[in-house]
Design a binder for this molecule. Structure first.
Ligand code: NAG
Ligand code: NAG
Ligand code: NAG
Ligand code: NAG
Ligand code: NAG
Ligand code: NAG
Ligand code: NAG
Ligand code: NAG
Ligand code: NAG
Ligand code: NAG
Ligand code: NAG
Ligand code: NAG
Length: 713
């Protein structure tokens, strides 16, 4: 389940910050750009989770929503796919993204990590790190520190050379090194604090001229600002580890990313507004919405079991459409806070009780300028109170913001109904014409055809090197006696398995986000001669959290066959195994136009009805207009989809939620992937589905008056 983080720079009473001329500094109250205190609302938008043509509109909608800062992580495994080979093209064009932020007059918050978690495959670490001799990630380990420093320096140098730090006139006002390291630090014992000191010094020595933060890091060395992550930082955070640092609160919003098999998590606009207003009332001056736009985990970029649609419930939905009333309610809140920013930033804060479950937070300047936050924590009852000679009705579980400590300008629990909207999906194209499809069944690899041999069960990730989700485990086997009622037992540490006996599908199994392993126990039919047993092990993203990521294990750990008339089972744990990384179709690149001819496609697709390991292809024209486009894959099982050679992600419709529904049926195709006509759609289906029922939809929103708003880019 996922997390909506809110960061709060919070503070009074601290001394002057670390500033030099032109640099971004802070005092006890807020970050200071050009020497001025300011309240910042920050929106998380991750550049690779959308396409460059979407960036301007996402950023402008955030700006229109009253946001000052765009926050993004930096995705190491996208930028350095091989050691010292860099990629900053297309969706990876970090500089273009930051320059777009700058062009729109907003600030940027760059969380370099370079470990980022973020429900991103391997938490952003490049998989090649796994094979660096002696490497242990995220600790006082020379090989890891070398590559971490090398990449961090590369990014900082790039930002400097493009003049993107505020200290050189650019938009970046804040940076982050590491990420929630406090969660894993105890696992590294005495090496943890040594690593923290090293990481902080390494970052600070890069001299960016803007402050660094480390979230959830009580021992963050000066001048890096330690921040709090948690549900109740107001109660649990002992404060900064130096009187010269501001208090920063990274709040855990109980809004979650979604996994296959999981339900979407809904969080109301009222609830978000309540918490943001409370943070501001409690001296906060920097709030980061995680996520403001979640976007799409294209290709194989999602972490283990994470769906492709990321934080669709954010103020901007997966497609970049404004989600009401969330977006509008936050916009009003931001405007109300900004209206009162002078007393908020310059005034003296006081707070007092109004009732058992009611409190007032007041900021007042000697001149009389004033703002008040009247908080009613009572979830059920309206509370009537007199504040400075005026009676106010405080709605249940709400915060009333009074400008001049007199005029009610915002109530977190009051959402104007005209701000509601509904998302509609309109089927534009169906694919029910059989003759428009062609299909190809991938090969079931067997022992003789496998290119890698070992007399043991190999670990999945270390064998594929993440070149593919797929790994074939194969062996040949002849039973001692005629084996009737054979029973196959397979145990895997994740994530999915499909068993084949002599080319025939013999059942499968899968784990889940919370319990990655699974077993397959199925009856199989064996002949009396040599049988080819092939098990396709599949991963749905690499792990992204916890310590010792380099030691994680996936793939098969036990394989046995029991014949009913024999007392002992055949155990294949230490047996002659054959391995093959990836599918034949993947190796031949048959999801790309130029490689289609590498296999013979069949035009009679009824032959493939509900067949495992089937590739399908067809062509379609783009729907008119600019509205976002998505495939409804509700009739398919599990696999991956490509449009014009670009992967729109892994789909998994057959894994149902506890309510019996797929977690995700709509799969986003960015407009920039499409040509006007004749777009190539290729699907690889693992377990069996019906492509004739697929539809191509446009997505739009309809407001409370019934007006359909067209997508503005
Ligand atoms: C806000 O800051 C003031 C001044 O440092 C302090 O007295 C007050 O306790 C703070 N309020 C909260 C809620 O922490
Ligand atoms: C990264 O390491 C390589 C190899 O040692 C070196 O050539 C390069 O300058 C380093 N890059 C940075 C930015 O430190
Ligand atoms: C965030 O919230 C989730 C769910 O309440 C909880 O499991 C997790 O430990 C929290 N994380 C932090 C850092 O507080
Ligand atoms: C003011 O707020 C602080 C921090 O939440 C709290 O500890 C304190 O008790 C409050 N003071 C009063 C008088 O309510
Ligand atoms: C396996 O290899 C044999 C011999 O090289 C070949 O004839 C056969 O087509 C191959 N089968 C597969 C499934 O690759
Ligand atoms: C990973 O695979 C390499 C060969 O690519 C092998 O040398 C190494 O022992 C394997 N490591 C583990 C932990 O299995
Ligand atoms: C097993 O695979 C080999 C090699 O491809 C093939 O010759 C043989 O016919 C297969 N056996 C069965 C029972 O399918
Ligand atoms: C099959 O025969 C071999 C060789 O005689 C023997 O070692 C093995 O235990 C037998 N396996 C089973 C399951 O009976
Ligand atoms: C496709 O089928 C034709 C006719 O059977 C054959 O000659 C050709 O080699 C096949 N091509 C591939 C890529 O398998
Ligand atoms: C397609 O295959 C099915 C099943 O084998 C068969 O009944 C049908 O006649 C075939 N259609 C064509 C057009 O060949
Ligand atoms: C997807 O298609 C199925 C089957 O036609 C339909 O029941 C479902 O409502 C569609 N989903 C969406 C989001 O349009
Ligand atoms: C659109 O068509 C042109 C010409 O056929 C082709 O070069 C281009 O790659 C296509 N665009 C996409 C997104 O596939």
């Amino acid at each position: 389940m996922g997390i909506m983080w809110v960061m709060i720079l919070w503070v009074f009473g601290a001394a002057v910050g670390i500033g030099r001329g032109g640099d971004v500094t802070y005092d006890g109250r807020s970050l200071m750009v050009d020497g001025h205190r300011q309240i910042f609302f920050s929106a998380s938008i991750h550049y690779p989770r959308s396409t460059p043509d979407m960036w301007p509109s996402l950023i402008s909608k955030a700006k229109e929503g009253g946001v000052d800062v765009i926050e993004t992580y930096v995705f190491w495994n996208l930028h350095e796919p091989q050691p010292l080979q860099y990629d900053f093209s297309g969706r990876n064009d970090l500089v273009r993204f930051i320059k777009e932020i700058q062009a729109q007059g907003l600030y940027a918050f760059l969380r370099i990590g370079p470990f980022i978690e973020s429900e991103w495959t391997y938490g952003g670490l490049p998989f090649w790190l796994h094979d660096v001799p002696g490497v242990v990630y995220r600790t006082d380990n020379e090989p890891f520190k070398f590559y971490m420093q090398n990449f961090t320096t590369k990014i900082v140098n790039l930002m400097k050379s493009e003049k993107l730090y505020a200290s050189r006139g650019g938009p970046i006002i804040l940076s982050q090194i590491e990420n929630e390291y406090g969660n894993v630090e105890p696992a590294f014992h005495e090496k943890g604090p040594v690593y923290v000191r090293w990481a902080a010094k390494m970052a600070v020595d890069l001299q960016t001229g803007v402050p660094w933060v480390m979230c959830k890091q009580p021992d963050a060395p000066d001048p890096v600002i330690n921040t709090c992550n948690g549900m109740r930082c107001g109660e649990t955070f002992p404060g900064p580890n130096s009187p010269n640092k501001p208090k920063i609160w990274t709040e855990n919003w109980t809004s979650f990313y979604q996994v296959y098999g999981g339900e979407p998590y809904m969080r109301s606009a009222e609830d978000i507004a309540f918490h943001v207003a409370l943070f501001i009332a409690k001296n906060g001056s920097f709030v980061n919405y995680y996520m403001y736009h979640g976007g799409t985990n294209f290709g194989r970029s999602g972490a283990a079991y994470v769906i492709t649609s990321y934080y669709d419930q954010a103020p901007l939905d997966e497609y970049g459409l404004i989600r009401q009333p969330k977006w509008g309610h936050m916009k009003e809140l931001h405007a109300a806070i900004k209206l009162c920013s002078t007393p908020l930033l310059q005034g003296v804060p006081t707070n007092f009780s109004l009732g058992k479950l009611q409190e007032a937070y007041v900021f007042e300047e000697p001149s009389g300028a004033c703002v008040a936050f009247l908080v009613n924590y009572d979830p059920t009852r309206t509370f009537t109170t007199k504040f400075r000679d005026t009676w106010f009705k405080l709605l249940p579980r709400s915060i009333s913001i009074l400008s001049d400590c007199r005029n009610l300008i915002f109530n977190t629990a009051k959402v104007s109904t005209e701000k509601k909207n509904t998302r509609i999906t309109t089927p534009e194209i169906n694919f029910e014409a059989e003759d428009k499809w062609e299909a190809y069944r991938d090969l079931v690899l067997n022992y003789l055809n496998s290119s890698l041999r070992a007399n043991k069960l190999l670990e999945h990730m270390n064998t594929t090197k993440d070149k593919s989700d797929y790994l074939w485990y194969t062996f040949s086997f002849q039973s001692n006696t005629s084996c009737s009622n054979a029973q196959l037992h397979v145990q895997s540490l994740g994530h999915v398995g499909h068993a084949f006996v002599n080319d025939n599908y013999a059942g499968g199994g899968h784990g889940s986000h919370t319990s990655k392993g699974f077993t397959i126990d199925n009856s199989i039919t064996l002949n009396n001669r040599i049988n080819n047993i092939s098990i396709l092990s599949v991963m749905v993203g690499l792990p992204d959290s916890g310590s010792f990521l380099e030691r994680r294990y996936a793939g098969l750990t036990e394989v046995r066959i029991q014949c009913s008339d024999e007392t002992t089972a055949y155990d294949f744990e230490n047996y002659e195994w054959g391995y093959e990384v990836g599918l034949q179709g993947e190796k031949l690149g048959i999801y790309e136009e130029e490689n289609l001819g590498n296999v013979n496609w069949s035009s009679n697709i009824t032959l493939f009805n509900d067949q495992s390991l089937t590739w399908y292809k067809t062509a379609f024209d783009a729907p008119m207009g600019e509205n976002p486009v998505a495939l409804n894959l509700s009739s398919m099982g599990k696999g991956e989809a490509w449009v014009n050679g670009q992967s729109i992600g892994r789909y998994w419709v057959s894994f149902h939620t506890p309510k019996g529904l797929p977690s995700q049926t709509l799969y986003h195709i960015p407009r920039s992937f499409l040509n006007v006509s004749n777009n190539l759609l290729v699907l690889f289906e693992e377990s069996g589905g019906d492509p004739l029922q697929i539809t191509l939809n446009t997505i739009s929103v309809i407001d409370s008056t019934g007006h359909v708003s067209l997508y503005k880019s």
